[in-house]
Design a binder for this molecule. Structure first.
Ligand SMILES: O=C(O)CCC(=O)C(=O)O
Length: 274
């Protein structure tokens, strides 16, 4: 039955239709078309709380190591770089989340690697490093027929209108240029999501953190996965013991894509694969 509040379900003249019979297929369709979707990471309330606790512990240790003064001078006080190499297995597991891996395999044709995993803190009542519109392949103005890179922003806290949930410009991964101010104000959408969700984005879709009007920080862990032709932001294999990882984990974390130092190394690697 068609009601006033719901879109019609009947159609005519439609010969070609995308089939999306699972929530994963629906997310894939929406990311391809609009550039974003919210996906449940599949964690229990206890898991969600443990990740949040570890986030705060790792952040405190990170600030202790690098120092508040340097982080502020570098414009990095709201960011924790490469969380998975800061001594907490939870962030290795988060980067390899099975729901996410399955989605990525459908979105990025062929192999992909983790380019970066960054903790993000949107502090209360002030701007922060991510509050300006950007792509996550910044300074790039082109479109592709299939994603080269996908972001997965894990929500440590509920993302709400009040705490500055991420703004997106739907379908902006399909146009090279950043749109006009009028277009942005008419078409930007703020994405509310529950703690324990991933907001998955085509990395070429313009997005920005909103202003946090509450009195508590909004925390997230951003991941970027890309085809293996782009180098990692920080070399993960150099900073991690790969021996204990599964072959799939090694692949996703970039162990199989370290550039050979010489032709002989390249040939040796190829021969070992045969
Ligand atoms: O904090 C947010 O909502 C957005 C984060 C972001 O834009 C990014 O990490 O690239």
């Amino acid at each position: 039955m068609t009601t006033e509040r719901q879109p019609p379900t009947a159609s005519y003249g439609v010969l070609d239709r995308t089939a999306a019979s699972t929530s994963e297929a629906e997310a894939v369709e929406q990311i391809r078309e609009l550039g974003y979707a919210v996906v449940d990471a599949g964690y229990s309330p206890d898991d969600i709380a443990r990740v949040a606790q570890e986030f705060d512990r790792v952040r405190a240790a990170y600030v202790g190591i690098h120092g508040e003064a340097l982080l502020k001078r570098a414009g990095e006080f709201d960011t924790i770089r490469a969380m998975l190499i800061q001594g907490s297995e939870i962030f290795v597991d988060l980067a390899l989340n099975s729901t996410l891996m399955s989605l990525l395999k459908r979105l990025i044709g062929g192999k992909f690697i983790l380019n970066q995993q960054n903790g993000i803190v949107n502090p209360p009542q002030q701007g922060y490093s991510q509050s300006a519109w950007h792509r996550d392949l910044p300074y790039q103005h082109f479109v592709t027929t299939t994603p080269l890179a996908i972001n997965a922003l894990y929500c440590i806290d509920d993302f709400t209108v009040d705490n500055g949930a991420t703004f997106v410009l739907p379908a902006s991964h399909k146009s090279a240029a950043f749109p006009s101010s009028a277009y942005v104000s008419r078409n930007a959408v703020q994405v509310a999501a529950k703690a324990g969700s991933f907001i998955v984005l085509d990395c070429m879709m313009f997005h920005a953190g909103g202003f946090n009007t509450t009195s508590v920080p909004r925390r997230a862990v951003n991941h970027m996965f890309n085809i293996p032709y782009f180098k990692q932001q920080i070399n993960i294999p150099l900073n991690m013991d790969g021996e204990r990882l599964s072959p799939e984990a090694r692949d996703v974390l970039g162990f199989n894509y370290i550039e050979p130092r010489a032709v002989a190394d390249y040939l040796g690697q190829r021969a070992a694969r045969k």
